[in-house]
Design a protein around this ligand. Structure first.
Ligand code: IPD
Ligand code: CA
Ligand code: CA
Ligand code: CA
Length: 258
């Protein structure tokens, strides 16, 4: 399968490039990084896709190909390295995310963590797989047993509209909170039952391109923070959660939001 092949080749390329010193550049600020590896991986994935499907659209974070998603029947969403800050500082806790959307619906999604050699994969209607083994997770946890990941605490908009305070109160209702800084992998972890929820005030299409399908296919729920269906190819807030606690989280987050 092309998406899986591309993700595994991306992992190899990253490994090869890491033998040399990393070239790190700022995009909009010192907390918005891109490296030569991000660009090389995106280019390689694009080349592989175009070899097979030269007429498909490509929406990649590093923007190496111009694309108006609504003009293509099939669009590939690529985050060559999700968690670039982790990649630069830690050389771990990052992943490659690749998804194929047909008429606005995600049909295939893969999230690959090269350092742990974990490949999370889903095709619509086919459930989710971790390294070829089907993943079936028991989801009978209550809120007090839940491990939650969120970046609501310091997000500027969330601080203004009261969501940061809610996140603090939420932390006390849960067993614990984790902040990994790698959205695609955090969505894969919700799907795999390693996290019970992931909440973000704003993600781009390539951040959640594949993770969204993993979450859906795992039987978990995913929407905007307001409970609306996620848009296609637009920036959006995200609430992904185990179905046992999704309704509670949605009510908690929407109650009294100004
Ligand atoms: C970022 C990471 C991070 C999330 C940011 C994303 P990048 O992606 O997924 O966890 O909080 O919103 O932009 O830039 O490392 O690919
Ligand atoms: Ca980035
Ligand atoms: Ca990303
Ligand atoms: Ca990225």
């Amino acid at each position: 399968m092309l998406a899986r092949r591309c993700a595994l080749s991306a992992g190899k390329l990253i490994e090869e490039m890491l033998v040399h010193p990393l070239e790190v550049m700022y995009k909009t600020s010192s907390s918005d990084l891109v490296t030569s590896v991000d660009r090389a991986v995106e280019q390689m994935v694009i080349d592989e896709i175009f070899k097979v499907y030269p007429d498909h659209g490509i929406l990649g974070e590093e923007g190496l190909v111009a694309c108006e998603p609504s003009k293509f029947e099939t669009v590939w969403m690529i985050d060559p390295i999700d968690g670039t800050t982790n990649f630069v500082h830690q050389r771990q806790n990052y992943c490659v995310s690749i998804a194929a959307y047909h008429r606005g619906v995600c049909e295939v999604g893969v999230v690959y963590d090269p350092t742990r050699q974990e490949l999370f994969y889903a095709e619509r209607g086919g459930g989710i797989f971790l390294n070829d083994a089907p993943l079936r997770v028991k989801r009978n946890k209550e809120m007090k047993e839940a491990l939650i990941s969120t970046s609501l605490f310091w997000n500027r908009r969330a601080m203004k509209n009261g969501l940061s305070e809610k996140a603090q109160r939420l932390a006390h209702r849960a067993r614990g909170v984790r902040i990994y800084g790698v959205a695609a992998l955090e969505l894969a972890y919700v799907a795999a039952g390693r996290l019970d929820a992931y909440i973000s005030p704003g993600l781009n299409a390539w951040d959640l391109g594949a993770g969204r399908l993993l979450v859906e296919e795992s039987g978990c729920k995913i929407s905007t923070i307001e409970g609306k269906e996620l848009p296609f190819a637009e920036r959006t807030s995200v609430l992904a959660a185990n179905p046992n606690i999704y309704d509670f989280l949605l009510e908690f987050l929407t109650e009294y939001t100004v």
